[in-house]
Design a binder for this molecule. Structure first.
Ligand code: TXA
Ligand code: MG
Length: 327
């Protein structure tokens, strides 16, 4: 069921009983399970169809819980947590020995974050209580698909495989958190998000690098093909849009165009979907738009490539992966 008047106490009880509960965060909806219960975590992998060696982010009610989950915590982690939690930042730290392998995919690190959504925080406080528990929660979508940004999307993705869906309305940010690896060596952004490198750099005192080390842990969100709608998606430069659209139409395809400006010509087989010229709004709308376009039964989604500007990095990253899945 989708809980209309969210019953947080019941959600916490279901989680304690080893069931899955989907909950809103400011980024995307998460599929939560008790992070100390390997059987419950196993249900996440089954519900998502996700390979079991992919690590999960543990969600905490506040930064005071860090030491229960991580060891050798660098000073930078405390500073970043103070600056950005609750918020769309996941920190990768050396794991505490008590963290189940099911959460970390057997790696020696763990991903932690405090989400900025009142319902998520209420649930985390209620669930965590005196025990200090956390919720392991990946995005509440089937593996490789677009993350859900409403409770209805979660239902579409996961059907009855989730005991309860807390409905907190549409997610404010719309794409997944920035993942920053602080587990050794230089801080590195493993997944860009709307909290950008400049903001993180201000707190660190220097800009973080991008990308994992060699032999870096597996990050499903960094797989080339990920975050994909069912309809093939192609990114095109704005200058090539009209030509690419014409070619697709000439080959008999029905196309959807996601762009800030409509094409100069109209055609029965073109569906135009307006996109924001502002990166924050674009990110907010992106996954819902891709779902809507998927439902239209087009043969191809053309998206105008965003500007090569730092503000657009996270959006460009998700679009590039969606396009890679289409090949
Ligand atoms: O915004 C978000 O981060 C959302 C909401 C629900 O919090 N969660 C999310 O989870 O996007 P998920 O599982 O879809 O993506 C988390 C990414 C995965 O790519 C996973 O591989 C990576 O985080 N990750 C988790 N633990 C890690 C670790 N110890 N080392 C490296 N990557 C890790
Ligand atoms: Mg995901």
């Amino acid at each position: 069921m989708i809980a209309q008047r969210p019953d947080v106490a019941r959600a916490a009880a279901l989680l304690r009983a080893g069931e899955l509960v989907a909950f809103p965060t400011e980024t995307v909806y998460g599929l939560g399970a008790d992070a100390n219960n390997p059987l419950a975590i196993g249900k996440i992998f089954v519900a998502k169809g996700r390979p079991a060696d992919h690590p999960l982010i543990v969600h905490l009610p506040d930064a005071s819980h860090l030491e229960r989950w991580a060891v050798d915590i660098p000073a930078a982690a405390g500073k970043l947590a103070a600056a950005f939690w609750p918020g769309p930042l996941t920190l990768i730290l050396k794991r505490h020995a008590a963290v189940p392998d099911a959460v970390t995919g057997g790696q020696d690190t763990v991903g932690l974050r405090v989400p900025d959504h009142p319902l998520a925080l209420q649930l985390l406080r209620e669930f965590s209580g005196a025990s200090g528990g956390g919720l392991a929660a990946p995005s509440a979508n089937r593996f490789g698909r677009v993350s859900p940004t409403t409770a209805a999307h979660v239902r579409e993705e996961l059907g009855d495989s989730v005991a309860m869906i807390l409905d907190g309305g549409p997610c404010a940010v719309g794409i997944e958190s920035t993942i920053l690896d602080l587990s050794g060596g230089e801080p590195r952004i493993l997944r860009p998000g709307m909290l950008d490198a400049a903001a993180i750099g201000e707190v660190l005192g220097h800009a973080p690098k991008f990308g994992g080390q060699q032999n870096a842990p597996r990050v499903s969100g960094s797989l080339e093909a990920h975050y994909a709608p069912r309809t093939p998606l192609q990114m095109v430069a704005v200058t090539a849009l009209a030509k690419t659209a014409r070619e697709a139409l000439d080959s008999g395809r029905r196309i959807a165009v996601l762009a800030a400006q409509p094409l100069a010509f109209s055609h029965d087989s073109i569906l135009y979907c307006p996109a924001s010229a502002d990166p924050t709004q674009f990110a907010h709308d992106l996954y819902a738009r891709l779902r809507e376009l998927d439902a239209m039964g087009c043969d191809l989604i053309l998206v105008v490539a965003p500007p090569a500007h730092e503000n657009w990095r996270a959006v460009a990253d998700r679009l590039r992966r969606a396009a890679a899945s289409s090949k």
